[in-house]
Design a protein around this ligand. Structure first.
Ligand code: DGL
Length: 285
């Protein structure tokens, strides 16, 4: 398996990283734009390349083997374009593929799970931490492990909330429908002594309002996207890879594996700014 993975990916461990290179970000589709948004806000001088695997979305209901295979292909595409660091914006891909990606790529790789878990551990007062995500993320136990490792006082309650993804993509983020769904998924959290809830899916920050309404003011919401942007800033700083400050705005390029129209339209809502264009690419599986 290791050999197959290594031969799948272009690059060698001695590849030089250059502070001028872009940050590569991939996701199963549109959702990772919430992570890109946080990155752009935290690191306004960085160039970015974003790949949304819109031909194969969703990852959240697929097996970890398949998600790992897709993730390695996505990483290979970005690596060929000279990225200095890879951000796995997709929670499901972070949960399934981070060890394979870190072992194979010649650039630093950051997922969203460790930063999100670390932020939650800093935030919790009583040790009751909830995590919500796709079925794949929750089934993997990745957040649960990251939260519980060496933390005997922490107890984790995890729940898959698959309907939140289509609701966010349809723009149904306020009103009765998302509120009913959120009640169904989240009613038990406050009752079970959870004081901190990790939004462990790229789409969930869009539903922050209804989630907060259901869990109540006593539960603090942790957005993995912001925690990840902070972790990226720290890592680039520590390795001397931060882009030099410049008076001209950095370039941001977008690639998708299906036709770009829906990505450009819906993605603007996730990114909080217009996406001028996206290029369709064929990853040749
Ligand atoms: N990007 C995925 C995640 O954060 C959600 C969408 C999907 O299932 O592919 O887990």
């Amino acid at each position: 398996m290791e050999e197959a993975l290594a031969s799948n990916v272009i690059g060698t461990p001695s590849m030089r990283q250059d502070s001028h290179g872009p940050i590569g970000v991939f996701d199963s589709g549109i959702g990772g734009l919430t992570v890109l948004k946080a990155l752009m806000a935290r690191l306004p001088h960085e160039r970015t390349l974003y790949l949304g695997d819109t031909a194969r979305v969703p990852y959240g209901t697929k097996s970890s083997e398949v998600v790992t295979r897709y993730s390695l292909k996505n990483a290979e595409f970005l690596l060929e374009r000279g990225i200095k660091l890879l951000v796995v914006a997709c929670n499901t891909a972070s949960a399934a593929a981070l060890p394979a990606l870190s072992a194979t790529l010649p650039v630093p790789v950051l997922g969203v799970i460790e930063p999100g878990a670390r932020a939650a551990l800093k935030r919790t007062r009583g040790g009751g931490v909830g995590v919500i995500g796709t079925p794949g993320t929750i089934r993997s136990g990745a957040y649960q492990r990251a939260l519980e490792a060496g933390q005997p006082h922490v107890s984790v309650k995890a729940k898959a909330c698959p309907l939140f993804v289509p609701l966010a993509e349809e723009g149904w983020t306020t009103g009765d429908v998302p509120l009913l769904v959120a009640r169904e998924y989240l009613a038990g959290f406050a009752r079970d002594g959870v004081d901190t809830l990790v939004l462990g899916c790229t789409h969930y920050p869009l539903l922050k309002g209804v989630i907060a309404e259901v869990v109540g003011p006593g539960v603090s919401l942790v957005d993995s996207a912001e925690a990840t942007a902070e972790a990226v800033a720290e890592l680039l700083g520590a390795r001397g890879l931060l882009a030099p400050e410049s008076s001209t705005a950095p370039e941001h390029a977008y690639f998708v594996t299906d036709v770009p129209e829906r990505f450009v339209e819906v993605g603007a809502r996730f990114l909080g700014r217009p996406i001028p264009s996206a290029e369709q690419v064929d990853l040749r599986f």
